[in-house]
Design a protein around this ligand. Structure first.
Ligand code: S3P
Length: 462
């Protein structure tokens, strides 16, 4: 088991860092590239384990995917230490995938499993999808129900609504589906299946979730429209498609990964850190809005749009933070950042409330539980609720700092990274020994699914 020891920061974070490519966009660029005609050239691809699972699945279906190493020693498809790479996907068109000879292994990746199920629903061959132990407990009924209603034949092999999923050929027709959850994975699975349907397919969600699929489908040539209503509901509609066409895609840095460094620079005194080329698509930027509401000193530099996605450098300076309430339509725009926001809340003056976030329970772990367990272990007063948590802040302001602890990652990358940042702020109590002055992050290797170079980047900031 990998255990990472993290000592409290003895100085501020300084300098400039580049964040690896956006995970959501990386998955989608390979998927759309594979089912398009011609070659898709991707720069800034995230070489985390999740995105490599997506690549491996498409290679098993006959798609040639080439890695162009940025240095002679780092092959982006095999090196676990490479952070970002250039990839060529030689697409075979909408109907060019071939039947895989073995089970498609989706690893720890919910995005691979759900989006791929949408694409596989439209194929003329059968396929079997399965992931690791955690993935195979995550809910798949949320995609099976709409896809089967479109005419797909997806079966949960263990009858528990989870993977392994057997997908048999079906012919797909249009649907107007209303999803009870604001989930980009559900929306995307339906829209991708819609490429293979004989009439328009619409999906409505309670509030707008990340819209990378919609943006990228349009740039590959699909006819798609999106609308957000005054009550916050959002509908995306895709028309039947003849063919998609390969594109050049430049992937910005992942705001979900940048969030750990933004939090660290805000919280550790005397920090001034420049984070380059961060994706700030408004459907992903809720974290930045909450930082601002908490009093963060953030400056946006070099804002631009590339390939339909907004990005910016962000200059972060240490700031006194204040408590806030995080709720409603903001939640889908920062769902993956809630673990690090909880750590920030512990250091903000006042009581922070997170609500409307029941989706936290069905991520890589039940994050309401795993955040609560670990913040408790470090001495924070936190109360879990049915759809969020209440965090009593003020550590390092009116209360003692959090203290070092043994932190279980529960094999959840975002829990491991969030508590690595908490560790920078922890100070041993009088009762703790010198050996206990470092926080131990257990099974820290789980970070590789989204950020293989996380610790070396963190070390480079000091
Ligand atoms: C993702 C969507 C989100 C997010 C996940 C990636 C995506 O999940 O939590 O890490 O790439 O579509 P949900 O859409 O299920 O909320």
């Amino acid at each position: 088991m990998n255990v990472k020891s993290i000592f409290p920061a003895s100085c501020g974070l300084r300098g400039a860092i580049t964040i690896p490519g956006d995970k959501s966009i990386s998955h989608r660029s390979v998927m759309l590239g594979a089912i398009s005609k011609g070659t898709t050239e991707i720069t800034g691809f995230l070489n985390g384990a999740d995105c490599l699972s997506t690549i491996a699945c498409f290679q098993s279906m006959g798609i040639e995917i080439e890695a162009i190493p940025s240095t002679a020693s780092s092959n982006p498809l095999t090196s676990s230490t490479a952070s970002s790479g250039r990839i060529l996907v030689h697409g075979k068109g909408l109907h060019g995938l071939s039947a895989p000879s073995k089970t498609l292994n989706t690893g720890n990746s919910g995005t691979t499993t759900r989006l791929l199920s949408g694409i596989l629903s439209g194929q003329r061959f059968s396929s079997l999808l399965s992931g690791d132990a955690s993935l195979n407990t995550r809910p798949m009924k949320r995609i099976m129900t709409p896809l089967n209603a479109m005419g797909a034949h997806i079966e949960s092999l263990n009858g528990n609504g989870c993977a392994p999923l057997l997908i048999n050929p079906g012919s797909l027709h249009g649907i107007n589906y209303t999803s009870s959850v604001a989930s980009a994975q559900v929306k995307s699975a339906i829209l991708l299946a819609g490429l293979y349907a004989n009439d328009p397919v619409s999906v409505t969600e309670p509030s707008l979730s990340r819209d990378h699929t919609e943006r990228m489908l349009q740039s590959f040539g699909a006819s798609l429209s999106s609308r957000t209503f005054p009550d916050g509901q959002a509908t995306a509609t895709i028309l039947p498609c003849q063919e998609l066409y390969g594109q050049e895609i430049a992937i910005p840095g992942d705001i979900s990964s940048a969030a750990y460094f933004i939090a660290a620079a805000l919280l550790v005194p005397d920090s001034e850190l420049l984070i380059k080329n961060v994706g700030i698509n408004p459907t992903r930027a809720g974290f930045l809005a909450v930082c601002k509401a908490m009093g963060a000193d953030l400056t946006y530099l070099n804002q631009n749009i590339t390939g339909g996605e907004e990005h910016s450098d962000i200059l972060v300076r240490s700031s006194q933070l204040y408590a806030t309430t995080i709720e409603g339509s903001l939640i889908p725009t920062l769902i993956d950042e809630l673990p690090i926001l909880a750590v920030m809340a512990a250091h903000a003056e006042g009581t922070t409330i997170i609500r409307d976030a029941a989706e936290l329970k069905v991520k890589e772990t039940n994050r309401i539980d795993t955040i609560t367990t670990n913040l408790h272990a470090m001495g924070c007063d936190i109360t879990p609720t049915e759809d969020g948590m209440i965090i009593e802040g003020g550590h390092r302001i009116t209360k003692a700092p959090l203290h070092p602890a043994v932190i279980s990652s529960f094999l959840d990358h975002r829990i491991a990274m969030a508590f690595s940042i908490a560790a920078l702020l922890a100070k041993k109590t009088a009762a703790q020994t010198q050996e206990q002055s470092a926080t131990q992050i257990l099974e820290s290797q789980c970070i590789d699914v989204s950020y293989p170079n996380f610790f070396s980047t963190l070390e480079s900031c000091f």
